[in-house]
Design a protein around this ligand. Structure first.
Ligand SMILES: C[S@@+](CC[C@H](N)C(=O)[O-])C[C@H]1O[C@@H](n2cnc3c(N)ncnc32)[C@H](O)[C@@H]1O
Length: 174
């Protein structure tokens, strides 16, 4: 009985940390749905290049893991600001022994994201900040965005998931 109480308290504290971090960052670590992941994978297969893929805000790491499994010969990097989702992602990476996958607890806005294919599932303000970074750092690359679009950059393609939510997945080439 006592053990359950401590476990529940511990889990509640973790949830509180995740909620507080989400409020500070502006978005929760909600993972892309399976349907969205499949469209992102299809886009990446069609592009047919082999450069590094960066997941901008990797959350619990599920999208990055899915990509690392599907592209065993490509390097996949995930940047995540929120501590517990990042911790869970590195535990999953270790358990699955994915050598081509790397998670960093870092703000991607402060990192060099040039020369990589970018994937993201952010929020309105996050997309604005990313768009500014693309202009400031003169980044010319491919960006795949789940749900949210850029304000000024025009998408090359837009595909909706076939599930209930009909989520748009945007393809950009800057
Ligand atoms: C909705 S989740 C997406 C998770 C994963 N990319 C996916 O599609 O399954 C967005 C994540 O981005 C993270 N995030 C937002 N801005 C960030 C930044 N500037 N640097 C690093 N992570 C960021 C949030 O903490 C959140 O966990």
């Amino acid at each position: 009985m006592m053990f359950e109480f401590y476990l529940l308290t511990f889990l509640l504290i973790i949830v509180c940390f995740i909620v507080i971090a989400s409020l500070k960052i502006g978005i929760s670590p909600m993972p892309s749905s399976k349907a969205s992941q499949k469209i992102i994978l299809e886009y990446l297969k069609q592009l047919n290049n082999s450069n590094t893929i960066i997941d901008l805000g990797s959350g619990f790491g599920t999208l990055s893991i899915y990509l690392a499994v599907n592209f065993p010969n490509r390097k996949i990097i995930g940047y995540e600001l929120s501590f517990f989702p990042w911790l869970i992602s590195i535990i999953l990476k270790k358990l699955l022994r994915l050598k081509n996958l790397h998670f960093y607890k870092k703000d991607f806005l402060k990192e060099n994201i040039k020369d990589a294919t970018l994937v993201c599932y952010l929020y309105f303000e996050g997309m604005k900040r990313l768009e500014n970074k693309l202009f400031e750092d003169s980044i010319n690359t491919v960006i795949i965005s789940n749900t949210f679009s850029f304000l000024n950059i025009k998408h090359k393609k837009k595909v909706y998931t076939s599930n209930l939510y009909q989520t748009p997945i945007y393809l950009y080439m800057t």
